[in-house]
Every structure is written in structure tokens, then in C-alpha cells.
Design a binder for this molecule. Structure first.
Ligand code: HEM
Length: 122
């Protein structure tokens, strides 16, 4: 059970901002994202990612998209990309949330990885 009182829109924004800062600086993930998202488009991407996590964690229904199809369309994605994604996401969660909440959100990401990795690395 996710602890709703510890998850707010502000914290989701903080989580998304800090996480994609790490992603953009990462030697493996940075170039993949750089190829897909031009610099001026980053604010839009971050807004979409806030909508996505708000839909998942606060059930706001704000996100309308098909992440499975988006990831299936990315070129040259391997399981190691997902490993790195998760390796950056987990510490970001612990920077923002208490350990229990961080672990619960991470468990959600692990479940999504199953679906997205199958689509992206098929
Ligand atoms: C569990 C892990 C992941 C989750 C939960 C996740 C989630 C998402 C979501 C929700 C979107 C927005 C889709 C949309 O706008 O409709 C997105 C976009 C994107 N993701 Fe992921 N993702 C994950 C892993 C990865 C990995 C490993 C990569 C590549 C190395 C990646 C690369 C991208 C890129 C480049 C976009 C932008 C696509 C575009 O707008 O054209 N993602 N991701």
C-alpha cells in the first residue's frame, strides 16, 4: 500500500527532475535520450513524466500515452539500458522519500520494466 500522504505533486516533480538530470549526465543513457529529445523539448518531456508518475502514484489519470509502443520504437535498446535506468532511479527515490515509500515506488518501476523491456528489446 503506497503511503499517499508522503507522495505529493511537488515530490513527484522533484523526483522526475533529479532523476532525468542523472540520466542526461549518464554515459550510457545520456546519448540515447539525447538522440530522441532535443534540448528545447526537455521541459515537455519532464512534464509528461510528471503526468505519468502522478497517474501511477496518485491515480490522477493525467497521463495519456502508450509507453510500450514508445519504447518498442527506440533503436538499439538492450537489457543493460534498463539495468542502468533502475540503478539511477533507486537512489533518486531514496533522496526524496522515506525508505518504505522509496521501496514501494521502486517495486512499481520493476514491474513496468518487465513490460517495457520486453517491448523494447524484442
Ligand atoms: C522501468 C523503466 C522505464 C519507465 C517506467 C519508463 C517510462 C517512460 C514513459 C512513461 C515515457 C513517456 C512515454 C510517452 O510520452 O508517451 C518514456 C519515454 C521515453 N523513454 Fe522510458 N521508461 C523506462 C526505461 C527507459 C529506458 C531503459 C530507456 C532507454 C535507454 C528509455 C528511453 C525513453 C525515451 C528516449 C523516451 C522518450 C520517447 C519519445 O518521446 O519519443 N526509457 N519512458
Amino acid at each position: 500500500m503506497i503511503l499517499l500522504e508522503t507522495i505529493t505533486e511537488d515530490k513527484i516533480r522533484q523526483m522526475v527532475t533529479q532523476f532525468y538530470q542523472k540520466v542526461r549526465n549518464d554515459d550510457l543513457l545520456g546519448p540515447v535520450f539525447g538522440d530522441q529529445i532535443a534540448d528545447p523539448d526537455w521541459p515537455h518531456h519532464l512534464d509528461r513524466m510528471c503526468d505519468f508518475w502522478s497517474s501511477i502514484l496518485l491515480t490522477t489519470g493525467r497521463f495519456h500515452g502508450n509507453p510500450r509502443l514508445k519504447h518498442a520504437a527506440l533503436p538499439h535498446i538492450e537489457p543493460e539500458h534498463f539495468e542502468r535506468w533502475l540503478a539511477l532511479f533507486e537512489p533518486t527515490l531514496h533522496e526524496i522519500y522515506d525508505a518504505d515509500t522509496a521501496n514501494q515506488i521502486f517495486a512499481r518501476a520493476l514491474r513496468m520494466r518487465e513490460v517495457l523491456q520486453t517491448a523494447a528489446c524484442a
